[in-house]
Design a protein around this ligand. Sequence first.
Ligand code: 4AD
Ligand code: MG
Length: 461
Amino acid sequence: MKRIKVREALELEQAGEDVLVKGWVRTRRDSKTFSFLEVNDGSCLKNLQIIVDQGTPGYDQIHHTSTGASVWIKGRVVESQGKGQKWEVHASEFGLIGRADESFPLQKKGHSMEYLREIAHLRPRSNLFGAVFRVRSRLAYAVHNFFQEQGFCYIHTPIITASDCEGAGELFRVTTLDLENPPRREDRRIDETRDFFHRAAYLTVSGQLEAEVFACSLGDVYTFGPTFRAENSNTSRHAAEFWMIEPEMAFCDIHGDMDLAEQFVKFLIRDTLTHNPQDMDLFARFVDKGLMERLNFVLDKPFQRITYSDAIGILKESDRSFDYPVEFGANLQSEHERFLTEEYFKCPVTVRDYPESIKPFYMRRNDDGRTVAAMDVLVPGIGEIIGGSQREERPDVLMNNIRNAGLPEEEYWWYADLRKYGTVPHSGFGLGFERMLMFVTGMGNIRDVIPFARTPGHAGF
Ligand code: 4AD
Ligand code: MG
């Protein structure tokens, strides 16, 4: 007999089919002559109800079958007498695969999110986390669909790298040197030439520089992979390991870049609503009551576009007192971003033309001499979800930027070569995959949308 997933069983057109089902028991209720099991196999949010009559082969195992146990059932799909589901399975044979005793932590509902993080190996078996990770999977698929359908080429940029793309010094070092006793040069500094790569190497903070190489040859490209930042930010929106999607387009300016970012965010929302309606309904009911209204609103309206200078003006004129000062040249803090998107415009906002002094070396300098063609997309509830820019394609300006940023010029020779041979205007951005997932699901903490969160002090599992 062919095994059928719970999702497929629940979607059957008609009753009468004999099926084999495997999964984990959510609940068991006994009456005198039979038992009800709610079985979930992760294929969808809903459980399949199973009726096992006394006397069914395997029934003697029923009393050892409690919440968390794994089971198989052979039986017939019949119309359900109970409410809430169309079909149930009437067992003709029952088998207990793996017991779970009363110490199984997900017996009762109402565990705190903090506690569930401590059992990251079991939380995917809960309704909420099952839904989160099904949506995560679909969202990743939608990312590829979006770009592939528009002819973008998927590039696997390296995870180990020698350059600091963002220039923020938030790099994790990769080394095979003996930390107890590293080789030293005459001046006592560690001799990096004797490390694995014969030089210092790091985990990448962004695939952008390498993506630019491929944009300047294949045209439209994107990367989608893990990135790492050793920033000591203990917030609900920062992780030390997160996934980022980075499109990069040749012959594209900052305006084309903003257009693509907006289309992309809308596409991802629409796709999730279409393909994971049950999971989304769970978030709308139990996680964030305003979720559907917000997502539909985002789909309907164009994003508000303003310059950084406008943003500073709006923040200054507001009667809000912010913790961080608002001055031209200061970074927009999360409190500022959230004021703009949640309170002032009440919709996603794309801010562009940031001061040169607070942005990385690769952004294209604007004619005003003090701003760069940068753009950030801010969304309600989260703040920055996308950061991008038009890239500096003029070789002399770029080299100046690298020098002014205090970066080792010689390390960027290959990046500079793109400007030396057939340079083109080009642009791109990075979307934080987990931040997008938070936005789509309404989940409030980045630790709860990634299977195993890595944050300062935490790398368990
Ligand atoms: O703004 P960021 O630093 O931009 C870049 O890395 C560019 N190289 C992207 C590009 O132009 N190709 O990061 C991009 C996005 C942010 O907007 C945010 O959504 C996410 O990555 N992000 C993080 N997400 C989770 N945890 C962190 N520590 C993050 N840092 C950035
Ligand atoms: Mg940014």
